[in-house]
Design a protein around this ligand. Sequence first.
Ligand SMILES: [Zn+2]
Length: 85
Amino acid sequence: MYYCNACDEPVLIRHVGGAARCPACDHVDPTIGASGSGRARDVGAQIEFGRWLRKNLSPVVDTTSRSPSEVADTVAAWARDRTAV
Ligand SMILES: [Zn+2]
C-alpha cells in the first residue's frame, strides 16, 4: 500500500488509468506503478470532473475517518432534510 505524500492525512494511493493517483488531491506519484507512457492522459477529462465535483459538491461527507454507521447516519439525515416538506 502507498500513501499520498502531498496530503496531510494518510490517503491511500489508487491506480487510475495506469497512473498512481491520490483520490483526495489528485496528486500523481510517477514513482509508483506507472505503466506505459501517456496512459495518464487518457483520464484527463475524468480527473478534471473529479476536481470540479469536489469543488462544487455539497455537503461533503468525510468517509475517511468516520465509521460506516456514522457516514450512513449523516447521509440519511441529509436525505431526510432534502425530502422534508
Ligand atoms: Zn493527496
